[in-house]
Design a protein around this ligand. Structure first.
Ligand code: ZN
Length: 245
């Protein structure tokens, strides 16, 4: 199976990435309908997320009537994207991507890690409900990543942090730094590597989602949110010939 992963070293290039929009995009205030969802491509979905993040960063979120959106979407939901992000109280996807009710699925867990339950949720989001994009979004200064770096052990958290361990080990090799959460370079690298590792885990665990991506029905991207500015640096998985396994 060919898996398309952009090398982590290319993450910085994401600043230059510009998603291409196909066709006429609905206004950001438009509640998602079956017709709108069906008409969207994965690139359209990424553009809509990116535009929402641009509005958030600019301090110009759209005005919404959330109660009205709740009323309309109560009849059915047609979200266009599924976000896997951290439990952190500063990283709510609906806010940082300026989305309304019924626009996106959100799976939140400390360290934006992926297990079978999260993958099953993503399969539901994409295969059953029709979402066109999966985004794994980490953030800087992540307590879970720092905890994994410091090998914190605490109840059930211990097992969760083990899911970040592969990324920490990769980051250690890349940076040659001392394994401590005080090493900002190591933590930053581990954060990026963790996002990529979780993206790879989704594709490895789910034949359904990897097949959908191979057919171009969905796209999987990664990103890292800057807590101070709200900016999410997105990375698109693409078959660039550099990272296949
Ligand atoms: Zn976090």
């Amino acid at each position: 199976m060919k898996i398309r992963i952009l090398p982590t070293t290319c993450l910085a290039l994401a600043f230059a990435f510009s998603a291409t929009s196909h066709g006429e995009a609905p206004p950001p205030t438009a509640v998602m309908t079956k017709a709108r969802q069906t008409a969207m491509t994965p690139d359209d979905a990424l553009s809509r997320l990116k535009e929402g993040n641009d509005r958030f960063v600019a301090g110009r979120p759209v005005r919404r009537n959330l109660l009205e959106e709740a009323r309309i979407t109560s009849a059915g939901q047609y979200p266009y994207a599924a976000i896997v992000s951290c439990l952190d109280s500063r990283t709510a996807p609906e806010q940082i991507f300026d989305q309304g009710i019924g626009d996106i699925f959100c799976a939140r867990v400390a360290g934006n890690v992926v297990n079978n339950d999260i993958v099953g949720s993503l399969e539901f989001a994409c295969k059953v409900v029709g979402a066109k994009l999966i985004a794994v979004v980490g953030h800087n200064s992540c307590g879970a990543v720092k905890g994994a770096v410091d090998r914190v052990e605490l109840g059930k958290l211990t097992g969760l942090l083990e899911r970040i361990e592969p990324a920490v080990e990769t980051a250690e090799k890349q940076t040659g730094g001392t394994r401590s959460s005080l090493d900002n370079v190591l933590v930053e690298r581990a954060t990026i590597d963790n996002v990529v590792h979780q993206m790879q885990t989704i594709l490895r665990k789910s034949k359904i989602l990897s097949a959908m991506q191979d057919k171009g029905e969905i796209e999987i991207v990664g990103g890292v949110q800057d807590l101070k500015t709200g900016r999410v640096t997105l990375v698109k998985l693409k078959d660039d010939g550099h990272a296949k396994r």
